[in-house]
Design a protein around this ligand. Structure first.
Ligand code: BG6
Length: 475
């Protein structure tokens, strides 16, 4: 959320709203989107009058969809309070039969049903929680059935799979919506600790003055996951780690670290500062990228025996602005790795003396993006005792201890959609620049995919990318 909320944004949540959740019974909706709507409801942050319409190919009754949501909440959030739940369930509808330009299924009828209660002066939010291959036909159908004017559209990632497909999709989307109506979600930007990257930096001289090549040796953005790809085989095999995580979440987080100070914290300034630095990302050099696949990947149901999909990627990214000349941004993520973590580490250069920092991990500022988020300072202090000896130490600030009220990334970003705040969403220009920097990864120069053992840190070659430093988490 940006700090400046305009009167227009403040009243946006007052307008009766129909939320159409395409992919309403899918995996993403189940784990993240539906729990986020519920959290907004329990905090009284949904518009005063609203209807949530699930859309999908199957024929599901309104009551069964509500029961499905209830089960999702029990599994992925917590068991709803019975009274609150009644109020929520009364606003839930389902429109089956899919949604295409040639055949809208029952969606138009269900919208009319919602309008009977909300009035025709309602606004629509289209939430496309569907695989990237379905963005195009769904967008066309929204246009064909006249549902675009005055609405907002939320697109999940990846928004395109190459520079070419990005431009095709972007052109189509712009033939249906104005850019101001479009919210391309990248939930890493909604995480509390990610938002602290700019807030902590710009509001504390201690950090702001050292946020550059003069003081930093490297930046590591490390997102290893112990998870496999379980029930997402279809999506994952088409996508792979580099598209699923690198050109999306990790580039956006790198931009959060690397941006120049925005003119103000207003939505447009913050978005533009973050996205203009992406234009300075040097196209990846395939010799500085390591791709991997965990050994048991091809044994997963639905994955072809000869799949060449990457489940691991590590890359050295260079950012060609004066501030970052010579400072590598090291990005790593993968499935079935040794540990799960989401850490952004700013590693300082060694001090000039007369006392030197000890241990490879000291002298670092770390933003832990997981869960409610934390900020760690690793430093060298005096070892308590009679001798003036240095010791490694680490101090952690858990953000939930600062104040109550933190929200999940999805909850925070969906709230921003209602409020019309686009500061934490990606823009068309920013994504075009991201795909330009990523382009060398897609051609004939794409690095060879190396196998790695399940439960490890990935291919050994990834360690060499860090020079002598090593990955702070391991490997
Ligand atoms: C998603 C990716 O966008 O982010 C997943 O598709 C990844 O592959 C997930 O596991 C990580 O998100 P979270 O919720 O753990 O921050």
């Amino acid at each position: 959320m940006s700090e400046t909320v305009t009167p227009e944004q403040a009243t946006a949540t007052e307008k009766p709203t129909v939320i159409i959740l395409y992919g309403g019974t899918g995996d993403l909706a189940k784990r993240l989107v539906l729990p986020a709507f519920w959290e907004l409801y329990t905090r009284d942050l949904l518009p005063k009058r609203w209807k949530l319409v699930g859309n999908g190919r199957g024929d599901v009754s309104h009551e069964d969809f509500a029961a499905h949501i209830y089960d999702c909440l029990v599994e992925f959030a917590s068991t709803p309070d019975p009274e609150l739940w009644k109020g929520f369930a009364a606003n839930v509808l389902f429109a089956g039969g899919g949604f295409r330009d040639s055949n809208p299924g029952s969606l138009l009828d269900v919208i009319a049903h919602a309008e009977a209660e909300l009035g025709e002066d309602r606004t629509i939010i289209h939430y496309l929680a569907i695989p990237p291959s379905a963005f195009e036909p769904t967008t066309r159908a929204i246009k064909a059935h006249g549902l675009a004017p005055g609405s907002k559209a939320v697109y999940e990632k990846p928004f395109g799979t190459s520079l070419k497909s990005f431009h095709e999709l972007d052109d189509l989307v712009h033939s249906v919506f104005d850019e101001g109506q479009v919210y391309r979600i990248d939930h890493f930007l909604g995480k509390e600790a990610t938002q602290n990257l700019h807030l902590v930096r710009f509001s504390n001289r201690l950090f702001n003055d050292t946020w550059s090549k003069e003081h930093l040796a490297q930046v590591q953005i490390d997102v290893p996951e112990t998870l496999d790809i379980a029930d997402r085989a279809g999506f994952y095999d088409e996508t792979g780690a580099a598209l699923d995580m690198l050109v999306t979440h990790m580039f956006q987080v790198a931009a959060e670290v690397a941006m120049e100070p925005p003119q103000s914290m207003a939505a447009a300034d913050l978005q533009s500062a973050r996205e203009s630095v992406i234009a300075a990302f040097r196209p990846l050099d395939p010799d500085e990228v390591v791709l991997g696949q965990y050994r048991s990947y091809r044994e997963t149901d639905g994955i072809p025996d000869d799949s060449d999909t990457d489940t691991f990627v590590a890359a050295r990214l260079w950012i060609d602005t004066d501030r970052w000349q010579g400072v590598p941004f090291l990005l790593r993520t993968g499935k079935m790795m040794k540990k799960s973590a989401q850490r952004v580490s700013l590693i300082f250069k060694p001090s000039d003396g007369p006392v030197h920092s000890i241990g490879s991990n000291t002298n670092a500022l770390i933003f832990d993006l997981k869960g409610n988020g934390a900020i760690e300072i690793q430093m060298t202090v005096k070892k308590p005792g009679p001798e003036p000896l240095p010791a490694e130490s680490c101090s952690t600030l858990h953000l939930e201890n600062v104040a109550t009220g933190s929200m999940t990334a999805y909850t925070s970003l969906i709230y921003d959609v209602f409020a019309g705040d686009r500061s934490l969403f990606t823009s068309s220009a920013g994504l075009a620049a991201a795909f330009e920097a990523f382009a060398p990864m897609l051609g004939e120069h794409r690095p060879k995919v190396e196998l790695y053992d399940d439960g490890t840190w990935g291919p050994a070659a990834a360690t060499a990318l860090t020079d002598d430093v090593g990955w702070l988490l391991g490997g």
